[in-house]
Design a protein around this ligand. Structure first.
Ligand code: SAH
Length: 396
């Protein structure tokens, strides 16, 4: 096996079980390896440390499969890892009943670059690293065996593949398109999942718990849902008895799905919902200039800072929408505000929101810290896994 030799002192991150080996930590590769091949990672003094997938094109030169330098990376390895991850999803009662569930959460499930989301009996697989890409078939076999699912669709068209020198790939890996459009029931609300053209794998499973929280808080509240996508928060707010829900997104197809989702749930009163195709940054200003007020506001923007390099610009964007969020809140109103940027830490986000309240001239407090549900575990040595953070705030 080729050997990836680290520079002296550059094995510290690895010792803390952080699975990424950056270019700056690498001394040399001994032997030949193609992208995705398994290499043995050794310290400068030759001590074996781990086995990892080689990715010469990426700044993350290798991603660790196993911190046991003896463990063989083969079909059986993926069967073990996938089965362990699927069994982990059975530990918590609230996960057991979900039709939409993240089965594999990359690094935090010991499978760097591998995402798998289950929607009923269909799994959507997203491979974002050279190593993951190489083991596609092993992953398909392992998923099939661990879940019994009849269909696996690949949605490896994320931009991050380019950083690994990989082209976009999409298509059926197992079975074929189901006869009718896919949908799941999430906390009592039916939602369509467009696995082919929707965002990510089709649905934002990471906000499941927070959408449920919205439902529990919405009764009698005039609600504003910014960046609504297919209407997940909006429909839960309606289910929770919101007096009115205004939802904003810049994507016409996302809004069309949202309208369709509302129609799929005849128990919800569609006359209380308004959908607006607009840029949230400018629409918030328009709402303010019209003197509008809301009792519950949700801000769930896209990833403004994919990495720390974008943090400063992203911080300004978060601040801007949160200032207007606070300005539009009625007295005693609730703000549910999120960041899914890996480049913004939880603490940094809290500081941004605190600044925004001050700039809006509002006194506010945190009622709850919010995160992704348990099917999005966070490896203890991998803080990047905690990309989604949120705050439930109440303003005077
Ligand atoms: N809250 C959603 C997920 C939001 S994803 C859910 O629970 O499913 C982010 C959304 O923001 C996407 O739908 C995208 O179309 C939208 N978006 C991105 N930039 C925007 C902008 N400047 N104004 C309005 N919508 C925007």
């Amino acid at each position: 096996m080729p050997q990836l030799v680290l520079l002296p002192g550059k094995d510290r991150q690895l010792a803390r079980q952080h699975p990424w080996i950056f270019a700056g930590a690498v001394d040399r590769l001994e032997g030949r390896a193609r992208p995705g091949d398994t290499v043995e990672v050794v310290a400068a003094n030759g001590r074996p440390l781990a086995r990892a997938a080689w990715s010469p094109e990426s700044k993350i030169r290798a991603r660790v499969w196993t911190f046991d330098p003896q463990e063989i990376v083969d079909d059986a390895f993926f069967k073990r890892r996938v089965l362990a991850a699927v069994e982990r999803r059975l530990l918590l009662p609230e996960l057991r009943e979900q039709e939409g569930l993240r089965l594999l959460h990359g690094e935090s499930d010991g499978l760097p670059g591998v995402i798998a989301d289950r929607y009923g009996d269909t799994i959507v697989l997203q491979l974002t690293s050279a190593g993951a890409d190489k083991w596609r078939q092993a992953l398909v076999r392992a998923l099939q065996r661990a879940t019994g699912c009849a269909r696996i669709y690949e949605r490896s068209d994320s931009d991050v593949r380019r950083l690994e020198g990989l082209l976009p790939v999409a298509g059926w890996l197992l079975g074929e398109a189901p006869p009718s459009p896919l949908s799941i029931v999430e906390n009592g609300v039916r939602m369509r999942v467009d696995i082919v053209a929707g965002h990510k794998t089709g649905f934002y499973l990471d906000q499941r718990d927070n959408r449920l929280l919205t439902r529990l808080l919405a009764s009698g509240r005039r609600t504003l849902n910014c960046f609504c996508y297919s209407g997940g928060f909006s429909l839960q707010a309606l289910a929770g008895g919101a007096s009115q829900v205004l939802s904003i997104d810049s994507s016409a197809p996302a809004l069309a799905t949202a309208v369709e989702n509302l129609a799929l749930n005849p128990g919800l009163d569609a006359s209380l919902a308004e959908w607006r195709e607009a840029d949230v940054f400018s629409e918030l200003r328009v709402l303010k200039s019209h003197g509008e007020r809301f009792d519950l506001i949700i801000l769930d923007p896209p990833k403004f800072a994919p990495s720390a390099a974008h943090a400063e610009r992203a911080a300004r964007a978060y601040r801007d929408i949160n200032v207007f969020g606070f300005r539009l809140l009625a007295a005693g109103g609730l703000l549910l505000t999120y960041s899914c940027s890996g480049g913004i830490s939880r603490q940094h986000f809290q500081e941004i929101v605190a600044d925004a309240a001050v700039a809006a001239g509002r006194q506010a407090r945190i009622l709850r810290h919010l995160a992704a549900p348990a099917d999005h575990p966070v490896g203890l040595g991998f803080s990047e896994g905690e990309y989604l953070k949120g705050l439930l705030c109440q303003a005077d």
